[in-house]
Design a protein around this ligand. Structure first.
Ligand code: PLP
Length: 384
C-alpha cells in the first residue's frame, strides 16, 4: 500500500541530493508546547539535552521556547550559548570534563556542574579557587535502578562509569559543603534512555524521598532527575508527541519536593526524535538467493543507532506508487555488516531512485553522524 505522504513535501524532497535529515519544525514546536503545558508545576524546570541534536536551527528553536540546556562538553556549551540559551540555564554533565572545559564553564557562569566523582569535585574546586569564582555543583548519584532498556543506554545500575555510588556519596557531599569554592546545588540522577514504562521513574522518586529524609539539615536547592523519556519508534504517526502528562505526573505525584526546591529534567530524545527523518535514496535493489536487499545511499555514517545498539526505526518508501509490497533488508553503503537499517521490512515494490524515509531519527541521528568511509555528513532541510 502506498504510504500516507502528507507529512513529506515529496516533490521538493525528490529534487534534493541525498542523504539528508528532514526536520518538521511544526512538530518540534507542538512538542515543545505540549511539554511546557504538561510540566507547568511549581519548581519544575526543563533542560534540553543538547547531545540529542545540536543542529543550530533546532537549538535556536528550543532556546526560543525558554527552557535551559543540558550539555556534556565545552563545544555543546558554546553551541547552546550561540543558540541563545542563557548561561545561567546551562548545566554541564559528563564523566570526563577537562580542566579547560571546567575553567571555561566557570567563566561563562553556567547554572550548575553535574559532577560525577569526588576526584572531579576536587578539580572543580581547585580551578574555581584559581579563578576566584565559586562553582555551583550538583552530584550525580547512581541510584541503582534498572531502567529495563538497552544495556548501552542503562546508566543507573550499581557500578558503571557514570555517577557516584550511593555508598560513596556521603563523603562527596561533605567535600562539597565544606568547600569554600563550591556552592552545593543538590543531587542529579539519570537512570537511562528510551524509557517507556514509568515504573523506574516512580522507584527513582521513592529513592530520592528516602535520600532527602536522610539529610534533613542539608540545604538541597535542586533535584535533577535527568532525562530518558522514550518515544514510539514503531508508530511515529500515532504518537508524534510523547505522553508528557503521564511522565511529569509521576514526579508531581510521587516526589516530595521541599518548599521552594527546584526539580530539573533533562529531556533529549522526547523533544526532538519524532520531528526528524533521514531521507535516503535507493542505489540498488539487489536480488540475493533467499532475500532482496534495498541498498540506500546513507548508512551507519548518517544514522548510527541501528548499528550501535540494534535500534529499530520505522522505514518507509515515500515515492513508490506500487499497490503491491515485497519484503526487503534495507542496508547502507558502508563496508560493515552491521550497516543495516532493517531486516525483512515490508515495503511497496521498490526501485532504484526511490526515496526511503527512516523515521524518528531526530535524536542521536545527525548528532552522531560521521564521515566514515569518507562519505559526506548529511545536510539538514527544514519544513517552513
Ligand atoms: N541527561 C544525561 C546525564 C544523559 O546522559 C542523557 C542521555 O544520555 C540525557 C540527559 C538525555 O537522555 P534522553 O535523550 O534519553 O532524554
Amino acid at each position: 500500500m502506498p504510504m500516507d505522504t502528507t507529512n513529506f513535501p515529496i516533490e521538493s524532497l525528490r529534487a534534493e541530493s541525498t542523504p539528508f535529515y528532514y526536520y518538521d519544525l511544526h512538530l518540534l514546536d507542538a512538542t515543545l508546547d505540549k511539554m511546557k503545558e504538561s510540566s507547568s508545576f511549581p519548581g519544575f524546570h526543563i533542560h534540553y539535552a543538547v547531545k540529542a541534536n545540536s543542529n543550530p536551527e533546532i537549538l535556536k528553536r528550543i532556546a526560543a521556547s525558554g527552557i535551559g540546556a543540558d550539555t556534556v562538553s565545552l563545544g555543546e556549551i558554546r553551541a547552546a550559548i550561540a543558540a541563545g540559551f542563557p548561561a545561567a540555564k546551562i548545566v554541564f554533565a559528563g564523566v570526563g570534563k577537562t580542566d579547560e572545559e571546567i575553567a571555561a564553564a566557570i567563566e561563562y557562569e553556567i547554572g550548575c556542574f553535574n559532577a560525577e566523582s569526588d576526584e572531579e569535585v576536587g578539580v572543580i574546586e581547585e580551578i574555581a579557587k584559581s579563578l576566584g569564582k565559586k562553582a555551583p555543583v550538583a552530584l550525580r548519584i547512581n541510584p541503582e535502578i534498572d531502567a529495563h532498556t538497552h544495556h548501552y543506554i542503562t546508566t543507573g545500575l550499581a557500578e558503571n562509569k557514570f555517577g557516584i555510588a550511593m555508598s560513596l556519596m556521603p563523603d562527596v557531599v561533605e567535600h562539597c559543603v565544606n568547600s569554600e569554592w563550591i556552592e552545593f546545588k543538590g543531587f542529579h540522577f539519570h537512570i537511562g534512555s528510551q524509557i517507556t514504562d514509568m515504573t523506574p521513574y516512580r522507584i527513582l522518586c521513592e529513592k530520592i524521598n528516602i535520600l532527602q529524609e536522610e539529610y534533613p539539615d542539608l540545604a538541597i536547592p535542586t533535584i535533577n532527575v535527568g532525562g530518558g523519556l522514550g518515544i514510539d519508534y514503531d508508530n511515529p504517526e500515532d504518537h508524534p508527541i510523547p505522553d508528557f502528562d503521564e511522565f511529569f505526573n509521576i514526579f508531581k505525584n510521587n516526589l516530595h519536593l521541599r518548599p521552594s526546591q527546584q526539580l530539573h529534567f533533562e529531556l533529549g530524545r522526547a523533544l526532538v526524535a519524532q520531528c526528524g527523518t533521514l531521507i535516503t535514496r535507493v542505489t540498488f535493489v539487489k536480488k540475493g538467493v533467499n532475500k532482496q536487499f534495498v541498498i540506500v545511499d546513507g548508512g551507519m555514517n548518517a544514522l548510527l543507532r541501528p548499528a550501535l545498539y540494534q535500534a529499530h526505526h520505522k522505514i518507509e518508501n515515500i515515492t513508490s506508487e506500487s499497490e503491491k509490497t515485497e519484503v526487503y533488508d534495507v542496508a547502507g553503503p558502508i563496508c560493515e555488516s552491521s550497516d543495516v537499517f532493517g531486516e525483512n521490512v515490508q515495503l511497496p515494490v521498490t526501485h532504484r531512485g526511490d526515496l526511503i524515509a527512516i523515521r524518528s531519527a531526530g535524536a542521536y541521528g545527525e548528532a552522531m553522524a560521521s564521515s566514515y568511509n569518507s562519505r559526506p555528513i548529511p545536510v539538514s532541510k527544514f519544513s517552513r
